[in-house]
Design a protein around this ligand. Sequence first.
Ligand code: HEM
Ligand code: HEM
Length: 213
Amino acid sequence: MLSCLSSRRAPGQAKAACSRAWLAPTCCSMSTSDSAARYSRGAIILHWLIALLIVGNFIGAWTSEDLPRDQKMIIMGYHKANGVLILLLTLVRIGWRFVYRPPALLATLKTWEATLARATHALFYLLMLAVPLAGLGLHSAFGKGKPVSMFGLFDFPALPVGSDKPTIGLYHELHEVTATAMLLLIGLHVAAALKHQFLDRDGTMARMLPFLR
Ligand code: HEM
Ligand code: HEM
């Protein structure tokens, strides 16, 4: 399918001409494997579902801080179940990525942009495993091996870690540091997505959003 997503045009300028690209192929120089290529439907669903759950977990952790203990316990219960769900969905997503290879990065990206994109994506996958695992470690150490209740539906086993103070401190530190790194990475990732959408207009966003053209 021929699309004009990666052609650098002023807003609205060559859009009409590009929609008739099959009549005048010279209007768009991109190839079919460039920005016309999208992530698979499954990868798109997993991306946005996990992103939503991650944002929810940050909001939950922050808002629970100032609440009375009983309310904090309820929110943290959801935080933990949500976090384990993120861990499980990330494993599915990594498996999915092996089966359905993602589209190649846009050929129009500068070398530093492509390197940064690859590094950001790899670090994201690492953190999507490390943040919930550290949280699970913290829960396991603090709760002396008590399982995590998955929204009251079933129990997810705790990690086999000690419950002494240094272990609790270690996992607490790990959870906080990895969550902060994830937050910084989300900031960078969203800024990059907005830059591609509104400054470069190269169709990067459409690769991950099925309703964008
Ligand atoms: C991607 C998933 C997760 C994210 C983004 C996340 C994020 C956070 C953040 C930002 C905090 C506040 C950090 C602080 O200032 O101490 C926090 C606290 C906490 N998280 Fe998570 N978390 C996730 C998964 C989990 C999981 C899976 C568990 C346990 C099963 C968990 C257990 C906890 C606990 C027990 C605290 C409270 C620490 C305290 O009271 O100081 N988290 N989390
Ligand atoms: C908040 C948590 C988020 C996480 C953890 C996350 C993670 C990721 C990862 C790992 C990839 C690479 C996919 C792969 O190649 O397998 C990716 C791609 C992408 N993300 Fe996110 N993302 C998040 C939020 C967002 C948001 C809010 C936006 C838009 C504002 C966004 C826009 C995109 C786009 C456009 C791509 C495709 C990049 C490309 O084609 O090269 N993401 N994201």
